[in-house]
Ligand binder design. Structure first.
Ligand code: UD1
Length: 373
């Protein structure tokens, strides 16, 4: 079976790494190549992840870069179509919910190529979120849908997806976390930053709904400043967020110096460094999807700065607090955590480090009959 694996943006890399590793165990059954769309391209958003995760470098980089949604999606489609026409894969594997995920799915399907979606079935029911549109378009087209939890299975069933296409395999992002946990723990980033274990809040924010509106972003930064009176706050700042803080003149709410204090803005960290920061944090404040899952497994209380989540399992098992974006509610959640008023969580079914193995088992069963669909 000839497979094209697709990655595009930061959260894709740690999902694809264990799949590639597992495919490599069966060289007689799979030939596979890695296509990077180039949606993310900075050292800190892309290259550092390949190094940290020991991933093979992409065979092809489409170098699409940033742009409006239509520009970025269209560029991926035009360039990926050329690759598919030349390489004629039996299967394309896409992960997550970024623009590259949807663009490559549409392109491959229109060429009659089968597509597998890893992390299928997640739904926020929020159509203002570009990722929700990407998820819906991807799942309706895919031939194989690999899911992480029971909510995803139920969502796909409710949308009329044939049950034989859906495989509940667990969470590949957690495969990567468990593999690197020990290595990350020894990195000493906490000491390097002059912080104390379990004595700080780690923050990431990048969703347009939070960072593209001056009122919303200002309110969140004020809440973080309040939290910083109790515990130092380390904000690993996404390029989009940094740009908006500058445009809105909110820089006075940040500490951009070399040492912690207040809301301390640092560059986005690599995978291993952030994992180290995350596992030793007193709390994480984020609007990322992946971090809601990672904190769940690490047992770190998480405040999710969103009105909804496509990952309700992380709230169901108890470690994730869905706070919305309003200052007072974020603060209330922060205080609850500081005063120990949070339920201890548990780990969802099949988030056990073996999700990629289960995916490849399904592909092995498919391999003899792989046809262009
Ligand atoms: C994208 C994904 C989002 C994911 C996030 C993780 C979509 C619709 N969005 O959002 O789902 O959670 O990645 O980071 O696919 N930039 C750089 N260097 C880079 C990439 C981007 O400086 O390597 C800057 C550019 O100014 C760019 C901005 O960040 O305009 C936003 O990047 P973009 O890829 O459009 O969206 P993200 O916010 O990163």
């Amino acid at each position: 079976m000839k497979i094209i694996n697709v990655v595009g943006a930061r959260p894709n890399f740690m999902k694809m790494a264990p799949i590639i590793e597992e495919l490599n165990r069966f060289p007689g059954r799979f030939r596979h190549m890695l296509v990077h769309t180039g949606q993310h391209y900075s050292e800190s958003m892309s290259a550092s992840f390949f190094r940290d995760l020991g991933m093979p470098l992409p065979d092809i980089n489409l170098e699409v870069g940033s742009g409006t949604h239509a520009e970025q999606t269209a560029r991926v489609m035009v360039e990926f179509e050329k690759v598919c026409l030349k390489e004629k894969p039996d299967l394309v594997i896409v992960v997550g919910d970024v623009n590259s995920t949807m663009a490559c799915t549409i392109t491959a399907k229109k060429l009659g190529i089968r597509v597998a979606h890893v992390e299928a079935g997640l739904r926020s029911r929020d159509m203002a979120m570009p990722e929700e549109i990407n998820r819906l378009c991807t799942d309706v087209l895919c031939d194989l849908l690999f899911t992480t939890d029971h909510f995803a299975n139920e969502n796909l069933a409710a949308e009329g997806i044939a049950p034989e296409k859906v495989h509940f395999v667990g969470n590949v992002m957690i495969d990567t976390l468990l593999k690197h946990r020990e290595l990350a723990a020894g990195l000493g980033i906490v000491e390097k930053f002059g912080l104390k274990k379990k004595g700080y809040a780690a923050v990431t924010l990048h969703r347009p709904s939070n960072v593209d509106d001056p009122q919303v972003l200002g309110g969140i930064l004020e809440a973080l400043s309040e939290i910083a009176r109790d515990v130092p706050v380390v904000f690993a700042m996404h390029p989009r967020t940094r740009k908006m803080v500058g445009e809105f003149g909110l820089g006075h709410l940040l500490n951009t110096g070399a040492t912690p204090g207040g809301v301390w803005a640092v560059e986005p960290l690599g995978y291993l460094e952030f994992l180290c920061l995350n596992m030793h944090a007193r709390m994480v404040v984020t609007d990322s999807g992946g971090l809601q899952e990672e904190t769940t497994v690490l047992g770190v209380p998480c405040i999710t700065v969103r009105q909804n989540t496509e990952r309700p399992i992380t709230c169901e098992v108890g470690s994730n607090l869905l706070a919305g974006s309003a200052k007072e509610r974020i603060l209330e959640c922060g205080r609850d955590i500081i005063h120990g008023r949070v339920a201890s969580g548990s780990v969802p079914e099949k988030w056990d480090g073996a999700a990629a193995r289960r995916i490849v088992e399904v592909l092995l069963a498919e391999a003899p009959s792989a046809q262009r669909g």
